[in-house]
Design a binder for this molecule. Structure first.
Ligand code: HEC
Length: 146
C-alpha cells in the first residue's frame, strides 16, 4: 500500500523514504509505532540539519581577504599605516615583490604563518590558500614601465 501510494510521488528518494516510514508506522495506528515514527523523523532532522549548515557555500577568496586580511594588509593590498608596527608587512600592490615570491611559498606562509603573520590553516572557512594567493596576485598594480 505504501508502495503504490508513494511510487508515483515526485521528489527526492530520501524524502520518499522518510515519508514512507512515517506513513507506514502511523498508518498501522498503534502507539509504539507512532513513537518510532517520531524517532525516525527526529533522527533524520538531526542528520540532515547540520549537514545542510556545513554545506553553506564557503566565502570567495576575495570576501575572505576583505573580512580577515584587510585589517593588516589593507583593502587594496598595501597598508603603510602599519609599517611602524609591522616593518616586514609586504606590499601586495608591488609587482617586484609579487614576482619574487612563488605561489608555493605564499601558500605555506598563509597556512603556517610567518613571524607576526598569524597561521590560517585552521581558520580558512573552506577557502583554499591557493585561491587566496591568486587573489593577492590580482592586487598588483599594472606595470608602469611598459
Ligand atoms: C595581524 C596582522 C595580519 C593579518 C590579519 C594577516 N596578515 Fe599576512 N602578514 C602579516 C605580517 C606582519 C606579514 C609579514 C611577515 C614577515 O615577512 O615577517 C605578513 C605576510 C603575509 C604574506 C607574505 C608571506 C611571505 O612568505 O613573505 C602573505 C602572502 C600574507 N601575509 C597573506 C595574508 C592573508 C591571505 C591573510 C588573511 C587570511 C593575512 N595575511 C592576514 C600580518 C597579517
Amino acid at each position: 500500500m505504501c508502495k503504490s501510494l508513494l511510487g508515483g510521488c515526485a521528489g527526492f528518494a530520501w524524502a520518499r523514504k522518510v515519508v514512507a516510514v512515517v506513513y507506514c508506522c502511523i498508518g498501522r495506528g498503534d502507539r509504539d509505532h507512532r513513537w518510532s515514527a517520531f524517532a525516525w523523523v527526529a533522527g533524520a532532522v538531526a542528520l540532515i540539519y547540520p549537514a545542510g549548515l556545513a554545506n553553506a557555500d564557503p566565502p570567495t577568496a576575495e570576501q575572505f581577504y576583505q573580512e580577515q586580511c584587510k585589517r593588516c594588509h589593507g583593502a587594496n593590498g598595501s597598508n603603510p599605516n602599519l609599517y611602524s608596527i609591522f616593518p616586514d608587512l609586504p606590499d601586495f600592490t608591488d609587482r617586484t615583490w609579487q614576482a619574487a615570491h612563488s605561489k608555493a611559498e605564499l601558500k605555506e606562509s598563509i597556512l603556517s604563518g610567518k613571524s607576526r603573520m598569524p597561521a590560517w590553516k585552521d581558520d580558512l572557512d573552506g577557502v583554499k590558500a591557493g585561491d587566496l594567493v591568486d587573489y593577492l596576485r590580482t592586487l598588483a598594480k599594472p606595470d608602469q614601465t611598459k
